[in-house]
Write a protein that binds this ligand. Sequence first.
Ligand code: PM9
Length: 470
Amino acid sequence: MTLPPWKIKVVEPISLPGPERRREAIEDAGYNTFLLRSEDVFIDLLTDSGTSALSQEQRAAMELGDEAYAGSRSFYRLEAAMQEVYGYRHLIPTHQGRGAEHLLARVLVQPGAVVPSNLYFTTSRVHVELVGGIWKDVSVPEASDPAAPFPFKGNIDLVALERVLHEHGPEGIAFVRQEACLNMAGGQPFSLDNLRAVRALTAEYGVPLILDATRMSENVVFIKDREAGQADRSFRELILELASLSDGAVFSSKKDHFVPIGGFLALNDDELAERAREVLVVYEGFAHYGGMAGHDMEALAQGIREAADEAMVRHVVAQAAYLGGLLAERGIPIVVPVGAHAVFLDAKRILPHVPQSAFPAQSLAAALYIAGGVRSMERGIVSGQHGDAPYDGLELVRLTLPRRVYAQEHLSYVADVVEAVCSDAAAIPGLAFTYEPEHLRFFLGRFEPTAPFPELSVRESGRTAPALVV
Ligand code: PM9
């Protein structure tokens, strides 16, 4: 058992709305869990983005926020924390991860240039495409197989990458992107060995390698636990080595860094950083705050140090493993191995009667809410399909764990809800769009069911928390 290396000082009340209210709420939300009001949600596993609990040290640091427009002390403290933990030369502050993705796309991507990446992330890909770039998936095949027990599904397929580099040459490649704890595949890590090999290839072809380091801390846990020869290395040393193998990184700090808002682009190249700052002042804000207030930068500087604290990060990974274990022992199809920040349900196997064109994962997410007020997120065709491109990829529902927020009892209840929904799965209908946005349709899309949802009720098993008999 991995005990939490924290205790709770402040609590936020939550309650389960009644079954009628839940049905009404999901209908009002167009069967899209993003469009629910949080007051209608009991257990919120939509995302780990900006939803973690701040530490007392972060809250205290916020009091020191220097809100000067330019030259803020908070900026310099943030820059120093980033340099200490990651070692990059330049920090370009943004309001969140996609702000950094936007800057990167504008300074590195020319129309027609290719960005090879392990699978994709929704916002990362859209920024590349909006400036005319072409996204190319070079993930290992196991990344797209929920049942493959491969320990490093975040690896890049080196043969596929070399083929793309050879075909397009350095002038046709904007940058190579490798994402830590590959979100869309289930929070799956890459190995140090694979990153080293990707580094060698990008160096040989003379193209930049940019990490999506949003969940790099958890990736280090997996490297220590799964990769030969790494167990005894220090957490900080491994983080520094991963960063040193790249030319820069995008960070959404709303995840590993435990802050409600913030992010940054980290770069080593002086000239590239200069260009990124020029775009920054047009779209985000001045070079010393980007999209953040001084107090946000203080919380982030402290959060960066907490993300380098092995015990803190191990507990995040352990919570996902715990929930995954509860579901696996009940025979519920999940993505294995369980990844960093979430447990992913395999909607194709849970709702085999719903074709992918009727959005099984979207429907399963709605059913979990109806059954028990649990909010999850679709990570399937609604998120994955793009324009007219055919999509027959992963069809997952993500149960995402905000850091330092939920107790084991909450997770036990979530497992009961999932089990109840799975036992009535055959009666769960598909969905059809009533409103389909042009980009990132999972955020704002609206749906209607193709048939009524069944009665879905949960019996709390309490199976993981036996009563003490005295
Ligand atoms: N990820 C998540 O819930 C929030 C947006 S999608 C609901 O997983 C990676 C790997 C991410 C990510 C956001 C971003 C964008 C970049 N890379 O949300 O703009 O997981 O801070 O970051 C979300 P921002």
